[in-house]
Design a protein around this ligand. Sequence first.
Ligand SMILES: C[S@@+](CC[C@H](N)C(=O)[O-])C[C@H]1O[C@@H](n2cnc3c(N)ncnc32)[C@H](O)[C@@H]1O
Length: 334
Amino acid sequence: MARNATNRLLQKAKKLKKDEFYTQLSDIERELVYYKKHFRNKVVYCNTDDPRVSNFYRYFALNFKELGLKKVIASCYRGQKRDLFNQDEFERGFYYEYTGRDEEKIIPSLDDVKFFKGDGDFRSAESIKLLKQSDIVVTNPPFSLFREFIAQLIKYDKKFLVIANINAITYKEIFKLIKDNKIWLGINFGRGISGFIVPEHYELYGTEARIDSSGKRIISPNNALWLTNLDNYKRHEDIVLTKKYYGNEKDYPKYDNYDAINVDKTKDIPLDYDGYMGVPITFLHKYNPDQFEIVKFRKGNDGKDLSINGKCPYFRILIKNKRIQTETVKSAKK
Ligand SMILES: C[S@@+](CC[C@H](N)C(=O)[O-])C[C@H]1O[C@@H](n2cnc3c(N)ncnc32)[C@H](O)[C@@H]1O
């Protein structure tokens, strides 16, 4: 119930295009720990981040030397808030650049930032100019503009690590990038991302929303994840398969509209099936492209959702085991 309530809150935010969910430093640290080697001598751009309050900017400024960074840039859109309790509105966006010099600020003020001529939209020419100078974009972008945000990063051929909502995976454009192994999921998801700070005017629902010890309002939606094109260890680890298809065929019914078997849980993927298999979307958290190939998403040959005896399981991804040996299948069939 509480989870539904917080998910509804995110839906509402999407509708209203409020997009005001701020990322906590602890959640950033918990993910970034897996990517340190990628940052040496790089320029990082946090392009939906008010440098005065963003924990993304703060993370990179605080860990500047340890990561061996060249520069971190944080820029924000005009409508952003000075802090979560006080609002200030500007016509123009602004940005701050940190290169590790003593006189630069870990927490800059309005006197320290440089104002854009325009509103600081991540799609604006001024922001794109900063993007072009950068190597890696790390942020939590506005949910309502997620497709455009990723499309721009792909267009400018940038490395990135960003927070997304699980629904984003089901967007046709995003799924295609995952299928083609151009982008993949990060390490933490669901409860691994502890929650987002929301402004004062958000109502808190249920027990998954709380006020922390410093008075910040936190919601824990449980459907956030990281998307990236920076390599991580998880995509090189095989899923350990223990189940068998042959002898248990009834547990793996075939779809009405595609020549594939349905597998309800990733852990139940059989080790002896060399055809197509439909798996839940959570498979992507464990996906190793050397072990499996992603073939298709959601739809059968007739263009309709995959179904079993007329019933559609929730979003299935069609995969095929790349490692399976013909010999394994032959002996399993005996
Ligand atoms: C989900 S919040 C995250 C904020 C910050 N990146 C963080 O993680 O704490 C998305 C932010 O994007 C900002 N935003 C909305 N539209 C934008 C745009 N077109 N260009 C740049 N930023 C935008 C919002 O004001 C909001 O602060």
